[in-house]
Design a protein around this ligand. Sequence first.
Ligand code: GLN
Ligand code: ZN
Length: 760
Amino acid sequence: MVVAHSLGFPRIGANRELKKAVESYWQKAISKDDLVQEGKRLRRLHWELQAKAGMDLLPVNDFSFYDHVLDMSALLGVVPSRFGAVNGQVDLDTYFRMGRGRAPTGADTTACEMTKWFDTNYHYMVPEFAENQAFALKSNKLFDEVDEAVALGYQAKPVVLGPLSYLYLGKAIGDFDKLKLLPGLVRAYGEILQRLAQKGIAWVQIDEPILVMDLPQSYKDGFASAYATLAGPASPKLLLTTYFGGVGDNLELVCKLPVQGLHVDGVRGKNELVQVAEHLPRDKVLSVGMVDGRNIWRCELEPAFSALAPLHARFGDNLWVSSSCSLLHSPVDLANEKNMDREIKPWLSFAAQKVLEIATLKKGLSLGAGAIAHELEESMRLMEAKASSPRIHNAEVKKRLSQVTDNSARRANAFAERRGRQHEKLRLPMFPTTTIGSFPQTKEIRQLRADLKSNKITQDTYEQQIRGQIALAVKKQEELGLDVLVHGEAERNDMVEYFGEQLNGFMFTQNGWVQSYGSRCVKPPVIYGDVSRPQAMTTEWSAYAQSLTQRPMKGMLTGPVTILCWSFVRDDQPRMETARQIALALRDEVVDLEKAGISVIQIDEPAFREGLPLRRAAWDDYLKDATHSFRLASCGVRDETQIHTHMCYAEFNDIIGSIADLDADVITMETSRSNMELLKAFETFAYPNEIGPGVYDIHSPRIPSSDEMVLLMQKAAERIAPDYLWVNPDCGLKTRGWPEVERALNNMVTAAKTLRQKYA
Ligand code: GLN
Ligand code: ZN
């Protein structure tokens, strides 16, 4: 029989029970034992659900109280010394301190660094390796959970992050090559596998997602040596799992590794399935992830089945069916969406539905297409309905997109000329000061939104109150002496949601939460159809704010690439086509803002870099399309209207050319945390436009002195001409409180004054 399995199930619970339990524990509202029991309950629930759906092997250790990479560090005893020596096991509070710096017991300690998990919106805790790093098993979590699943009578398939990916994702503390640590690491993995074998485990899922990336030769060699050691007779069988893309040039390598099975991503790696099947010896298991683990669309069963059928002919019972990657990246259960649009709901599938789709594909392969005739037919009927639905297709949007010319994505004149006009119009001092958009989202503001939602206050009252908040922000900025003001974004819950709620083609779920990091979950909007803007979205607020001051008021929009990256995006057309549709809607907003008397408009693109594909070869296409979208959104204005963009912490060096191609008149970016290191790229690349390198780290409650900010700006001025520099914080201030913000901005304005004198 074909085997059905998922690579992992969301751990948060259909109602974010895990988040609630973990946070209650942190607040000491529940005991450690309560938390442990809740974890147990959720695991059991998720196994039960998968088993009922027809999964043959159940993932174990996909559960985590914080992060699965952090779990791996605990298991391997990779605990930085600042968390104290580990005697015996890594206890839960040490674990939480590594994740977030704090726990109910023990002293606060600087948390481990957190970064994006490949190209998803999940974030993992970066392992830290000392030069003499020892590896020793220091956590029983994996083994206890295996016992738990086995005791419940399930076929447990433990999931571990493989040694090469674990090493690759970590960072060396000190100047040494991490790969030196591989032999010791592999010994520890050997022990893990042995212990699992002793428990009677037949298959272990060993995740090596780095196999879908461009790997240095040293890592390729590392794979060969590590797996030669691990795949010994004392080990359970190994299913080497790759996901988030095709294996590409690593195909030869993965097919040669002495493992008993290989999992490939059948969604993103669709085009290489035939090749994989040809290269992989037939006595090995080929697991194919045909059900998209990263999106919310119902699987198109017919094409999926057709792709699997020839593989089944070749591999027989050695063919397994699965999700493309762990279902961690999809929401839990569509059944929880009670108010969803009835036409759209059947087009969707969350984790609980995805395992049913996997089971259906298995059934078809095992018993023949006839056995799933009904499911195939229903899927086809839905696909057809969707393909022709007026909810999705808007002829006007498509027509407009087809008429876009190169000129639509180009300002009328070059920057040098625009700059003169803008300076004449805005009359700003040297080193102009500004902020990135949001001001503190106070309790009061959040209460207003909650009251509006629950109908406690009317729309009118709400708007009046928000206007009051805007007036307050304007007054404070004038008192502080800032040059280019913002309205403060009091009316926005979230920078993507706010626009998604006003655009056609977007939908919001009630419960479509996915884990972002630790206990933090996000509910991304769903872009299901052609995007258009029924009416202006921000002009009233901005015009109101402008009416309160003589100083320039900056309009504030979220860019097309960021909206795309932080949503669930339709998969029936290229992603970048959707980005262009969003861009056109934003373009109209930009023009409307200009008409409303706004002469500085910022289009935020904090996700610009994180959208980069995992493979370098795909970068150019992405950057070309992403840049085009931004320009489409921004280029509809006159020369004298100043376009700003903003980007957060990112390695700019390798994409600096594309950032310049955006042709924004001003870019503000996060640089203070790296002590202006991020401006290194500007040494060799003559960035043509104006720049505001952040001088105030808004992630920290610390208030930098004006001297400190002057020093940072002087550093920046070594690389960028002083009359091209702006003075601003790293990012928006919505998570901070007013008193600290006022003090910090006051220092910032003082710093700008000092700089003006120094560079006059
Ligand atoms: N304008 C947004 C704000 O200030 C930008 C947020 C971001 O870059 N993530 O909140
Ligand atoms: Zn930012």
